[in-house]
Design a protein around this ligand. Structure first.
Ligand code: ATP
Length: 346
């Protein structure tokens, strides 16, 4: 039997509702599984923490996250940058992995899409270097290092080499960002030599955003920089149905953090209508990562069961309202738990 310490950052807006759904799932697996046990450490962070402790990521919360083996993070509101950017930098979570694929009975503009955005996660404009030049002008600096380009390229090509299509599209804007994005492309080309089985193409980010609408199934791995990846992955989430279905993994060498792509969505907070699927699929990604890191086949198997259960619910048109169903957040989560019972526990 293996016991994992999982920190769960509760967040703002729809964050607390979604955290409750995920807690119920983890508790259920903990109770029913013979091989998997969890210590769930609830962590305060975000706008609520800022009001209460005058810090969006209080020292105690930071300690709790450091003390866990992986982190599940709900969306955070206005103070998002003071939480996620700090965590990404501290834990060196250099890769942001955002899969987008079609699910049964989910309206989308194209079929057979199964792509992953592999986004550099620590540099670019996200370093937050903004300065007043004078009262009317602000200068923002963009960081691109060979080391970060190398790491993300290695991750992207390695991931592509394990997939069926085995294709990497390098997305950039090197006609304008002549030095930084040139470095990004050249590094990616260099890394690609280690993966001759992987097909490589290069595309400007504007062309990519158009192609995502016109012909999304041409993509397999989209390898890109931080800001472009943020935008492209929201677009590809919508291409396959809804942002309410899109999970993200922030991966480092030693630690990883998993979250839904969507934000705190204050417009629907507290109404029991948010779709918990993106967070459920983020949990699936966490199980997979933990499984490979700790060589635990049971938790990998449990991750497969999570995705199977989501698929089965959608096949039977059991969905939340945002994707054309009838169910509330907690009704959907209950149905998910019932189906997980049928899939079984490792
Ligand atoms: P950001 O932090 O990215 O600015 P946001 O709070 O503006 O986040 P988005 O993630 O951009 O929200 O989502 C846009 C809208 O999509 C939300 O205002 C909400 O109406 C809807 N939405 C987002 N997430 C969900 C969800 N899980 N379920 C249902 N609807 C959602």
């Amino acid at each position: 039997m293996t016991r994992y310490k999982i920190s769960l950052l509760v967040g703002d807006g729809i964050g607390p509702e979604l955290s409750e759904c995920i807690t119920k799932i983890l508790e259920k697996i903990h109770d029913k599984s013979a091989s998997l046990k969890f210590d769930i450490i609830k962590v305060e962070a975000g706008d609520n923490a800022l009001l209460k402790y005058n810090s969006a990521l209080p020292e105690e919360s930071f300690k709790q996250i450091k003390n866990s083996q992986a982190c599940l993070k709900s969306p955070v509101g206005e103070s998002a940058a003071d939480v996620i950017l700090v965590l990404r930098r501290y834990f060196e979570l250099f890769a942001n992995i955002r899969p987008s694929k079609n699910y049964p009975n989910i309206d989308s503009i194209s079929e057979d899409v199964d792509l992953i955005t592999v986004r550099e996660n620590t540099e670019d404009l996200y370093v937050g270097w903004e300065f007043f030049s004078d009262d009317n002008t602000i200068i923002s600096l963009r960081k691109t290092s060979r080391e970060a380009c190398n790491k993300i390229s290695e991750y992207g090509f390695n991931l592509a080499s394990k997939r069926t299509k085995k294709k990497v599209t390098i997305v950039h804007k090197s006609n304008v960002l002549r030095k930084s994005d040139r470095l990004f492309i050249e590094t990616a080309r260099e890394i690609s030599k280690k993966y001759p089985e992987v097909q490589i193409e290069e595309m400007y980010v504007d062309a990519c955003s158009m192609e995502l609408i016109r012909n999304p199934n041409r993509f397999d791995i989209i390898l890109t920089t931080n800001l472009f990846g943020d935008i492209i992955s929201d677009e590809s989430a919508q291409v396959t149905g809804s942002i309410g279905l899109a999970p993200a993994a922030n991966i480092g060498e030693k630690f990883a953090l998993f979250e839904p792509v969507h934000g705190a969505a204050f417009d629907i907070a507290g109404k029991n209508i948010a779709n918990p699927t993106a967070f459920i699929l983020a949990l699936k990604m966490m199980f997979e990562w933990v499984g490979y890191k700790y060589n635990d086949i049971n938790i990998i198997d449990q991750s497969i069961k999570i995705e199977k259960a989501v698929n089965k619910l959608f096949i039977n048109n059991i969905k939340t309202k945002d994707i054309g169903g009838q169910l509330s957040t907690f009704e959907f989560n209950k149905k998910f738990l019932q189906l997980l019972d049928k899939e079984g526990y490792n």
